[in-house]
Design a protein around this ligand. Sequence first.
Ligand code: SF4
Ligand code: SF4
Length: 283
Amino acid sequence: MSQMQEELRQKAKELLEKGEVRYIIGWGKGRFHHRPPIFIYQAEDVDKLVWDEYCVANLGKYLLDDKFPEGKIGICVRGCDSRAVVRLVQDKQVKREDVCLIGLPCTGKVDQEGRELVKCRDCMHRNPPVYDIVLGEPVEEKGNPDRFKRVEELEKLSSDEKYEYWSNVFDKCIRCYACRNVCPACNCRECFVDQYRVGWQGKQKNCMQNQIFGLTRAYHIADRCIECGECERVCPVGLPLMELNRKLIKDLNSLFGPYEAGVNPDVKPPLGEYRLEDPEEYM
Ligand code: SF4
Ligand code: SF4
């Protein structure tokens, strides 16, 4: 058993025994190498917590299942989970005082075949930027200077080529909404795709409606996307959703200056505040 996993179980036991948290959200052992999210209420159950290279799922969004908790919720956070919680706090979906963030520096995760996940290769924050407790030692931040490379390639296409490319992508979408359901930035009480107003988002599964869904969702979370890559990881038809998210992040950075969602709780998303010097060429 890894040292970090042992430390995590010890800390979880301590927090539960002292009553500092009501329960802890972490990862547990599933079939094969799956590590589904688990909820630990009793100190005697902490040995169900797992910390290894297969702990893939972003846990932040599970906080939305208990928005008015009776007592603090302990939650294991890597860099991406920590950023997800910051975003949920900034969106007033979660109260910071309701959560105890158990930080776990992360060296990247692998898929069921042991291959490094694409989303981890592009990770900019392996250490949790915000935490209450941190276990183990900080790990080296690698970043990925090439994370916008694919976006730059797509930018070179003509308008017609871009339209054809994205039409082919969204033609395959089956509108399962897994991307939305997993996304910590998608936290509207009622999603636009679930509304039944006339002239609103169509329910048909066709290329046009799929494009409207994909593009509207991407724009809706443009300055709140934490680049966790969960949407792309869970998409059952393997759509390159991060290409779209990163295009918007790249554009926001060039328009409003360097910004990464969920890293600093005191910095608001650029589209969420108005400044006199904001660019407005389109006006
Ligand atoms: S859009 Fe994708 S990468 Fe961005 S926060 Fe949502 S799930 Fe994570
Ligand atoms: S997860 Fe993929 S297939 Fe499902 S709605 Fe999102 S883009 Fe479409």
